[in-house]
Design a protein around this ligand. Structure first.
Ligand code: AMP
Ligand code: GLY
Length: 421
């Protein structure tokens, strides 16, 4: 099979490495890819949002399976466009990807179908939103832009003034553009966070092994929220008992709700959960694999990923047995100093071998480019250095040993990935 991966980050690199293990995969393309991905796939110079050219490329090259990994092209209908052109594509249609693309949609869905989540109100008017937070007078309070905002559209306001500022910057100054036309104001929840990615064909849902992301930029969960600075799998808080509860009260009801709304979700649905003192609740849904969750979950997948993709497209996920490796995985993200704010690009990375790897670990490239056979930084998150072990400690030791071999000017990584408080 000829496979086309859409996207350019560490998640896409991890997906490609897993797809390469499949006996069915004969050729893998990636658009637009990155320097490290170029060692594992044929790079195609088409932007991830360029739906027309992506469809044309898939047709011209007789692609058998297109895998749309990022949120934006999913929300913009790339899977719909591929299907219309008769090309098989993995990922939700736009009418289902809305579960991530609109927080107003997802919150209203959860309310309608009694899926546990934080209490909330929706506003399309900044003054009404301000009046509401003043009258409630409860902090912290969470202010969320409705639409996609590169993971930055959530502000946890510690004071009423901070909440007012957040409302103004999202709704009046349009910090996130039209994503801030509507906002959700919600109750602040507490408890450990768990990411659970799940395969679903719209009827059956099969959760993958759990993981834990580390979203803040600095150690001890300080600094700004990022796309994710590191992950571990499994998540030590996610016991079998909690998994069962989540399956019954969250996963199955969500899939049924989407089906009932006439928006069956096919692909990978990401459940961002918080294990609150009142039980597990949904913090957010994503319509895709998480990044860097994919980097720790996929190495543990034993079953052929191409078989799973095909079963999902053909709506026969119930018939396939999905198996996982025991043990644990850890991923440490090496970022450019300054990320998630301004950072430099084009800095030479040393310590990587010719294939962009390092002994004892798998290096997923997130933001690199290849120039004259050298890897240069080309993004905020640069590398996801990942290792497997019999235990979490083992995986972490291996990942950090590998990180120690790689250097670039102003590299930043968290030293406390997987250190559970
Ligand atoms: P999101 O982009 O919705 O995942 O939010 C980013 C992060 O903000 C989450 O990973 C949580 O750590 C935090 N967060 C979001 N909503 C809440 C909430 N209702 N209560 C507490 N923390 C939250
Ligand atoms: N790591 C969080 C996300 O992919 O949204």
């Amino acid at each position: 099979m000829k496979i086309l991966m859409v996207g350019s980050g560490g998640r896409e690199h991890a997906l490609i490495k897993k797809l390469k293990e499949s006996k069915k995969a004969t050729e893998i393309f990636c658009a637009p890819g990155n320097g490290g991905i170029a060692k594992d796939a044929t790079i195609v110079n088409i932007g991830a949002m360029d739906i027309d050219n992506m469809v044309a490329f898939a047709k011209d090259n007789a692609i058998d399976l297109v895998f749309v990994a990022p949120d934006d092209p999913l929300a913009a209908g790339m899977v719909d466009a591929m299907e219309k052109a008769g090309i098989r594509a993995f990922g939700p249609n736009a009418n289902a990807a809305i579960i991530e693309a609109s927080k107003v949609f997802s919150k209203n869905l959860m309310k309608k179908y009694n899926i546990p989540t934080a209490k909330y109100e929706v506003f399309d008017n900044p003054q009404k939103a301000i009046d509401y937070v003043v009258s409630e007078n409860t902090v912290p309070v969470v202010v969320k832009a409705d639409g996609l905002a590169l993971g930055k559209g959530v502000i946890i306001a510690q004071t009423i003034d901070e909440a007012k500022d957040a409302i103004k910057s999202i709704m009046e100054d349009k910090q996130f553009g039209d994503s801030g036309n509507n906002i959700v104001i919600e109750e602040f929840l507490t408890g450990p966070e768990v990411s659970v990615l799940a395969f679903t064909d719209g009827k059956t849902v099969k959760p993958m092994v759990s993981s834990k992301d580390h979203k803040r930029a600095y150690d001890n969960d300080e600094g700004l929220n990022t796309g994710g600075m590191g992950t571990i799998s499994p998540n030590p808080y996610y016991t079998e008992e909690i998994a069962k509860e989540c399956y019954d009260t969250i996963f199955v009801p969500t899939i049924k709700a989407m089906e009932q709304e006439g928006r069956p979700f096919k692909g990978c649905l990401y459940f961002g959960l918080m294990l609150t003192p009142n039980g597990p609740k949904v913090i957010e849904y994503n319509a895709r694999f998480g990044d860097p969750e994919a980097q720790v979950v996929l190495p543990r997948l034993k079953t052929d990923l191409v078989d799973i993709c095909e079963a999902i497209i053909d709506e026969r996920l119930a018939d396939i047995d999905i198996q996982w490796y025991e043990g644990a995985t850890a991923c440490v993200v090496m970022a450019s100093g300054g990320y998630p704010l301004a950072y430099k690009k084009g800095i030479e990375i040393s310590g990587l071998n010719e294939n962009g790897g390092v002994d004892g670990a798998v290096v997923y490239h997130a933001g690199t480019k290849l120039e004259n056979d050298k890897f240069l930084t080309n993004g905020g998150r640069v590398l996801g250095v990942t290792a497997k072990g019999d235990t979490l400690d083992d995986a972490l030791n291996k990942a950090y040993t590998a990180v120690g071999k790689i250097t670039f000017d102003n590299a930043h990584f968290r030293k406390d990935i997987g250190k559970i408080k």
